[in-house]
Ligand binder design. Structure first.
Ligand code: NDP
Length: 403
């Protein structure tokens, strides 16, 4: 039983807030604080529960965060704003002795990269303060790490090959839109692809490597190799891994528009001068694109995200695939958001639930795969995300490699 403070009021925060309501005995009081208070008020209006409160905050400012946390006295702060705010919020949690959860690794606004190193460096300080930091508790990162921990616990003595596969086969009917924060999304996709092989990180050109991968209940989709931060933590926590890759699907339209935007310099994060003002082209593009939180209404189709693994169990080779499929229309009906926001918001809530029930509570800073996966995967279907598994089957990624 206790209180949580959510930072951010976008699609992910909306989905999480709708799930917190389902467990009022655990989440007795909730504060949603974000840069634009009106967006927090809109979420709370829809939820219509007296124990939800709102506040305005600039989460880049540690002092503001500390003062709001001291006022509200939450048990946990959930960072559902942007990865830019991770370190400021962790610092404020440290100063106030409150536990922390987020859904993506820290990124610096002017130096695009996704690395856990800055957040891991808080381990000793969090441990001494007796507070828990749960890092990357969305779907990917998040459930993909929990899936891997589950596979390692129940099905493998050693994991050797890991492929995370993320397919959005939905159609939102818009000319061009991103499924979560456009700035973060476009930065991620236009960065070099990076994968892990035999102890080394291998860099590719953005979207250079692609395969036609078959997804359950969806079929074949062109899938592109990207860097994703959970590769970094999974390789660290499962040192037997020889190769780790992350694949994501994009439609032809999406890639064509992105290429034009890049060609024109509109995805750049370097400021330009326009009529006496300084503008960051990518932030301008974000401002004119549809708000991801509003995409749900006409979104149709499915999302499938999973982990395909190979390794050794009791001396024999083994393959294993574990995945969840989500439906955009179902997600919208339940929370008013599309399935990508839903797929992040639900695991964030389940992670907070694990913490509040003392199941995922240990002083220090941890990635999700460092906790017991069983209670998390037992709880997740109760809050809308089912999962399935297949043992010792030919893996779709292997079939794609042979084509
Ligand atoms: P949105 O852009 O819809 O929402 C971000 C929210 O953060 C907005 O309400 C924004 O405020 C707020 N915000 C931004 N800067 C500040 C600040 N300085 N202080 C306070 N609030 C701030 O993004 P989404 O909800 O779609 O996604 C949120 C994050 O979730 C993504 O950036 C991504 O990192 C993560 N994510 C993780 C996934 C996973 O599976 N692990 C998948 C998808 C997303 P304002 O409204 O004023 O702009």
């Amino acid at each position: 039983m206790g209180k949580v403070m959510i930072i951010g009021a976008g699609g992910v925060a909306t989905a999480t807030a709708h799930q917190l309501v389902k467990v009022p005995k655990v989440f007795e009081e909730v504060l949603i604080a974000s840069r634009t208070k009106e967006k927090c008020d809109n979420i709370v209006k829809k939820i219509n529960k007296g124990y939800f409160h709102t506040a305005q905050i600039d989460a880049m400012q540690v002092d503001e965060l500390v003062s709001l946390i001291r006022d509200f006295k939450p048990d946990m702060v959930m960072n559902l704003a942007l990865p830019y705010q991770n370190l400021a919020i962790m610092e404020a949690c440290l100063q106030t002795g409150v536990s922390y959860l987020d859904t993506a690794s820290y990124e610096s606004p002017d130096n695009p990269h996704l690395y856990y190193i800055e957040q891991w460096s808080y381990f000793d300080k969090f441990k001494e303060a007796g507070i828990t930091g749960i890092l990357g508790c969305g779907f990917d990162p998040g459930v993909t790490g929990v899936f891997t921990a589950y596979a390692a616990k129940h099905y493998f003595d050693e994991i050797h090959y890991l492929d995370i596969v993320d397919c959005n086969a939905g159609d939102h009917g818009k000319y061009f839109a991103t499924n979560f924060n456009a700035e973060i999304n476009i930065r991620e996709i236009s960065s070099p692809g990076i994968y892990y092989k035999e102890g080394k990180w291998i860099e590719t050109k953005p979207l250079e490597i692609h395969r036609t991968i078959a997804y359950p209940e969806i079929g074949e989709r062109e899938s592109y190799l990207l860097f994703h931060e959970e590769l970094e933590s999974l390789v660290k926590h499962y040192p037997t891994i020889k190769q780790a890759r992350f694949w994501m699907t994009f439609s032809e339209r999406y890639l064509t528009v992105l290429e034009v935007l890049q060609g024109l310099g509109l995805t750049s994060i370097k400021p330009i001068h326009y009529e006496g003002m300084e503008i960051i082209p990518l932030q301008f593009i974000k401002a004119i694109l549809p708000d991801p939180a509003t995409l749900g209404e006409n979104y149709k189709g499915k999302v499938s995200i999973g982990v395909q693994l190979k390794g050794i169990y009791q001396g024999k080779e083994r393959s294993y695939y574990i995945w969840s499929n989500l439906d955009h229309e179902k997600a919208y009906k339940e929370t008013g958001t599309q399935a990508v926001a839903y797929s992040t918001g639900v695991p964030a809530m389940v992670g907070a639930l694990m913490y509040m029930k003392d199941i995922w509570k240990k002083p220090g800073v941890y990635n999700v795969e460092q906790f017991d996966p069983d209670p998390f995967l037992e709880a997740m279907p109760k809050y809308g995300i089912d999962w399935q598994e297949a043992i010792d089957i030919p893996l779709p990624i292997d079939k794609a490699e042979q084509q």
